[in-house]
Design a protein around this ligand. Structure first.
Ligand code: TXA
Ligand code: MG
Length: 336
């Protein structure tokens, strides 16, 4: 069956589908999520099947109001409430001990659950009307770039899910910052997003960024978040980040190595690389986050086989983009 494309006026229909145990993709401020009733184990199993996602990789549970946090988490430490007050609704996911109403299939067998209150009004209205917490991973096939438009969702999921709620292009473009708490005052960043360590620090004694954000976790390593083990966010094209002191150094390297199927992914302010087709993805962290996954899909559509990417900064708000690029590249960077 084809996937229905719904508009904002159809939120009640989308909510009814969720209540019936169907799968509905919906916009959030980060990326599109693939929603199911988080408490319905069969519906959640269908999410894993539709995505082709490994069963040990837990789903984020989305709520509509901060007050709902206690209905999915059995303990909510004061630091979590301070962060909710500061950053919700918004792109921050907090991992807390789960209540029994969240089945193990949702939490990937863990005793914890990642909880997020999204800022997109359509997402919040949908969750409120569905009347249940909504489990939603990004609405891409496993391993593909996360979708930032309803078109991207359909490219991956048409015929696999009941409906997609079309809310236009997502603002942020990379997925939420995922954190857990190592002790009552220490934030552990499992996945960087637009909300960066520096912004979290005023609310904690310390912020620790997991090493798996910067380097490949070994396949058999015990990681703090199962998603760290898997190659992610990758287009079909081979992604080759190039760290160079200057644009000229980058351009010379690419021209020496290019063939007929080579593309460049450049900053907006870069000039052209003569003779090589290019796309651009912004100059600062926020703009690059907004554009990155979209460019990945466009590069595939253009037939790119290798893409030399101007490497973004790994500082502050850019770390989320840097991490997605590294994961798409299998953490291999060309240092000039
Ligand atoms: O912005 C987002 O977070 C989007 C939108 C739809 O909300 N969702 C999203 O979900 O990116 P997903 O499933 O693609 O990524 C969830 C990440 C995975 O890396 C997973 O391993 C981690 O969060 N995660 C979820 N629950 C966890 C838990 N209980 N403990 C540790 N990591 C967890
Ligand atoms: Mg994902």
């Amino acid at each position: 069956m084809r996937t229905k494309r719904l508009s904002m006026a159809d939120i009640p229909e989308a909510a009814a589908l969720l209540r019936k145990g169907e799968l509905v993709a919906f916009p959030t401020e980060t990326v599109y999520g693939l929603g199911a009733d988080a408490c319905n184990a069969d519906a959640v199993r269908a999410v894993f099947a539709a995505k082709g996602r490994p069963a040990d990789n837990p789903l984020i549970v989305h709520i509509a109001e901060t007050a709902q946090i206690g209905s999915v988490a059995r303990e909510v430490p004061p630091i979590a409430l301070r962060l909710a007050e500061a950053f919700w609704p918004g792109p921050l996911t907090m991992v807390l001990p789960k209540r029994d109403c969240i089945p193990e299939v949702t939490s990937g067998g863990l005793d914890t659950v990642g909880i997020r209150l999204p800022a997109h009004p359509a997402a919040r209205t949908l969750i409120r009307e569905a009347g249940c917490p909504v489990a939603a991973p990004s609405a891409n096939r496993s391993g593909r770039p996360s979708p930032t438009t309803a078109r991207h969702v359909l490219d991956d999921m048409d015929g696999r899910i009941a409906a997609v709620l079309d809310g236009g292009q997502c603002e942020v473009g990379v997925e939420s910052t995922v954190i857990c708490f190592d002790d009552p005052e220490t934030i552990h960043v499992l996945r960087p997003g637009l909300i960066c360590a520096e912004e979290l620090l005023p609310y904690a004694g310390a912020v620790y960024v997991d090493p798996a954000v910067f380097e490949q976790a070994a396949p058999d390593a015990k990681v703090a978040s199962p998603g760290m083990k898997y190659k992610h966010y990758a287009p079909r094209a081979r992604i080759l980040p190039v760290e160079a002191d200057s644009f000229d150094g980058y351009a010379a390297y690419v021209r020496a190595h290019a063939d007929a199927h080579t593309w460049c992914l450049l900053f907006d302010t870069d000039p052209e690389v003569p003779g090589i087709p290019c796309m651009r993805y912004g100059d600062d962290g926020a703009r690059q986050a907004h554009d990155l996954f979209c460019r990945f899909r466009e590069l595939d559509a253009a037939g790119a086989v290798t893409v030399y990417v101007r490497c973004p900064s790994s500082q502050g708000r850019s770390l989320g983009v840097y991490n997605r690029l590294m994961r798409a590249a299998g953490f291999e960077v060309i240092h000039l």
